[in-house]
Design a protein around this ligand. Sequence first.
Ligand code: GLU
Length: 513
Amino acid sequence: MERRVRLRFAPSPTGGLHMGGVRTALFCYLFAKKNNGDFILRIEDTDQTRYVNGAEEYIINALKWCGIEPNEGVGFGDGPHAPYRQSERKELGIYKKYAEQLIASGNAYYAFDTSEELDAMRKRLEAAKVVAPQYNSVTRQTMRNSLTLSEDEVKKLMDAGTPYVIRLKVPRNEEIRFHDIIRGWVVVNSTQVDDKVLLKSDGMPTYHLAHIVDDIEMEISHAVRGEEWLPSAPAHILIYRYLGLEEKMPLLAHLPLILKPDGNGKLSKRDKSGLPMFPLNWFDERTKESYVGYRESGFFPEAFINMLALLGWNPGGNQEIMSKEELINLFSFERVNKSGAKFDPEKTKWFNQQYLRAKSDSELATLFMPLLEEKLKGESQKSKKFIEGVCRLVKEKAHFITEFWDNAIYFFIAPTAYDAEVLKKRLNEQTIDFIKEVATAFNGLNNFTAAETETTFKATAEKLGLGAGQVMQLFRVSISGVGGGPALFEIVELLGKDEIVSRLNTFMEKNKI
Ligand code: GLU
C-alpha cells in the first residue's frame, strides 16, 4: 500500500531560522502539497542547554510570513499526533520505551562513564594518533558500561542512582547501505560510526533517538534535512533495523549546502554580501547580535521563496519566475542537485524587482502608503490616484518599495534646493528666460497632459532659439530639484498645472541672475 505523504520540518529552537532552514521547510512544503500530503512542524527541543527564548515563535512567524504553513504542528493547530514539541512528547514515555527495547534486544547498552573518563579516553586515543577518537566497538571494551561490567555491578550502580546514558551498540566492520533520493546509494562502513548516545543521563533523548521515534510515531514518509546530517544517517539506519521497523523508515533526502556568493564555503549567518540571512529581523539574546530580515528589507515573501526554491533545485526549462502553485506543480527531490548552491545577492534582488514590476499601480500604492504616512506624518494629503501615478513612474528603477520614497520625495514636497552641478552648467540669462516663458505658456494650457506640455515646451524653446537639450535638464531640476528621474512630462502631468507653475516661479525667485 502506498504511504500517505507526510513531511516534517523539525527545527531545534536554538536560534532564529536562517535561510537554509527556510529552504528545507520550503522543499518539504512543496513536496507535501504536490502529493496532497501533510506538512508538519515539530519542535526538537531536547537539548535544553541550547534552548533560546523566542526561537520557536520566530520559526512560526517566519513560516507564516513565507506562506509555507504547516497543516499540523506547534503553532498551527494540533493534528492526530500531538504534542509536537519533543520536550512534551518525552512525557508520553515513548523515547524511553524505544531505548529500552534496544537494550532488551542487545543493540544498546548502559554507559556509566563520567565526563573525566570520557576525556581521558579521548586523550589516550589522541596520544596513540587515532585520527577520529570516538566511543565505538573498539573503545567501548575499555570503558564502564553494561557490556564490560557484570550484571551485578550494573545493578549496583543503577540502584545507587549513578548517572548513565544509553548508547547504540554499533557493530564492528559492517557495511551499511542506504538510499538517499538526492544522492542515490550511500555505503558507509560501521567502523566510521560511533556508539551514539540515545538517551542522556537526564532522561532526555538525543536528536538521534528522538527524531526516529517521532518519525515512526508520526508516520513520516520522507525525512528531508540539511547535508550536515548525512554522516549520522548510518547510525539512524541501524536504529530502524534494530527496532525491526525498517518498513516504517521514511525515505531520506539530504539537501545540498547553500554556499557563499564566491562559492567558497558554507553561507554563514554573518555573511557580508549585504543581503539578509534571515527571513525576519532576529535578535540573538545570547550573543546580543541582531540580524536584519528579508521582510524588513522590503522583500516580498513570494520573491524570497521563489529565489530560495531555485537555490539547489533545477526544475528544467528557462522559467525563473514561478508562483507558489507553479513551484508545487514542478517540484521533485530528483531534481535537487547534489552539489552546493551559490547564493547570488544580485539575483535575489532581481527576483524582488520582477515581483515588484508585476504588481499593479494600485497594489504598489497600497504598499507605499504606510511608508508615505510615516515620512509625511499626514502633512501631504494626496489622492490614491496621485500615489498610483507616482508608483507607475518610480517603479521602473526600483527593486523595493522602500526605495520609492527617495526617488519620489519631490512628488510630495516641492524642492527647496537644486542640483548645483546642473545649475552651474545650464543656468544663464537665456535659460532662465526660457523658464519664465514656459511658465507663462503652461499657465495658458487647458489640457495639461504630458503630450501637450511637451509640445508647448519644445515650441517655447524653439521660439527662443534654444535646443530642447539645452533646457531639458535645467527644467527638470527646477521642478524636482534633481537632475535625473522618470519621464519628464509624465512628472509634469502628474504634478499638474498649478503645482508646476508655482514650482517654476519659486525656482526663478531663488535663482535670479
Ligand atoms: N532538529 C534537527 C535540526 O535542527 C532536525 C534534523 C532532521 O530533520 O532530522 O536540523
